[in-house]
Design a protein around this ligand. Structure first.
Ligand SMILES: Nc1ncnc2c1ncn2[C@@H]1O[C@H](COP(=O)(O)OP(=O)(O)OP(=O)(O)O)[C@@H](O)[C@H]1O
Length: 269
């Protein structure tokens, strides 16, 4: 049984970041709203196949950065390349082809409340592919299986699901087009510790079996410890530090020290 949707490669730009090993590169990006600058000259590289955890104090701009990469916020300057293509110079068709290679799980899931789980999973398929209803149903069934949801969840509305099931359904939608890169905005927020741990292992499994690159905004120290290959810290309008958990434990920036070695962090041990 294949898990791969029959995606046409027509118009899909080739990955030109040969040898660089980065699926995402952000250079000198500045974003602001009115007179308020949120991000200034920010640089970031996300490596192919890694799980990158993105942390930072509340309001530092983690969601703004993710939304800017996705093209939902305007940047004032700088460049963003995904799969080796500068998004600001990509044609409409190239942009669509790039978008087809990423999936997004927004905070709170952002499922369409009037659509069933199955219909939600099929939204990206309808937008990007021309498939028969039967094939879309088969693919939705596979995605439900992939994220560990029972098949009877397919016809339920989001309001009929538990918090953990909403996260899984949102992940199934993010995986609808077999992406190479997924953006997860606080995927374990609102889950109990057992549900959060189960969701973490699901992400780790998907990342290793599907070769996914994962960009994950999180406040969850357990996720950072258990599944992230590297961690990026946002502060002072830029990426303050990026590296392994060990690197973070050695970093003497006051915020990083308090976050990784403060009282809350020590309670985990
Ligand atoms: N569309 C917008 N217009 C004006 N200001 C905005 C807009 N979007 C975000 N901001 C501001 O940008 C700043 C960063 O917000 P953002 O949501 O990215 O923070 P965050 O790091 O994700 O925080 P949290 O961890 O609490 O979710 C905040 O001061 C917020 O008010």
């Amino acid at each position: 049984m294949t898990l791969t949707a029959p995606v046409s490669t027509e118009n899909t730009p080739a990955d030109t970041s040969e040898g660089a090993g980065n699926v995402l590169s952000v250079r000198n990006v500045t974003v602001g709203f009115g007179s308020k600058i949120i991000l200034q000259d920010l640089d970031l590289d996300v490596r192919r196949g890694e799980v990158l955890g993105f942390v930072g104090g509340s309001g530092t701009g983690k969601s703004v950065l993710m939304r800017t990469i996705l093209g939902l916020n305007r940047k004032r300057s700088g460049s963003i390349s995904v799969f080796g293509h500068d998004l600001s110079t990509a044609s409409v068709n190239e942009r669509k082809a790039i978008e087809r290679r990423w999936g997004v799980l927004f905070q709170q899931g952002a499922l369409f409340s009037s659509l069933s789980v199955k219909q939600n999973i099929q939204v990206p398929m309808r937008e990007h592919l021309k498939l028969s209803p039967q094939l879309m149903d088969e693919l939705a069934t596979l995605k439900l299986e992939l994220v560990g949801l029972p098949q009877d969840a397919a016809d339920k509305l989001p309001s009929e699901l538990s918090g953990g099931m909403v996260k899984r359904a949102s992940l199934a939608r993010a995986l609808a087009l077999d992406p190479d890169l997924v953006f997860l905005d606080e995927p374990t927020s609102g889950l109990d510790p057992i549900g959060a741990a189960a969701f973490d292992s699901l992400i780790a499994n998907l990342s290793s079996t599907l070769g996914l690159t994962v960009y994950m905004v999180t406040h969850d120290l357990d996720s950072l410890h258990s599944i992230c290959d590297r961690i990026a810290v946002l502060g002072k309008k830029r990426v303050l530090a990026i590296g392994t958990l060990d690197d973070m434990m050695k970093n003497d920036d006051p915020w990083i020290e308090a976050y990784f070695r403060g009282q809350r962090a020590l309670r985990r041990v």
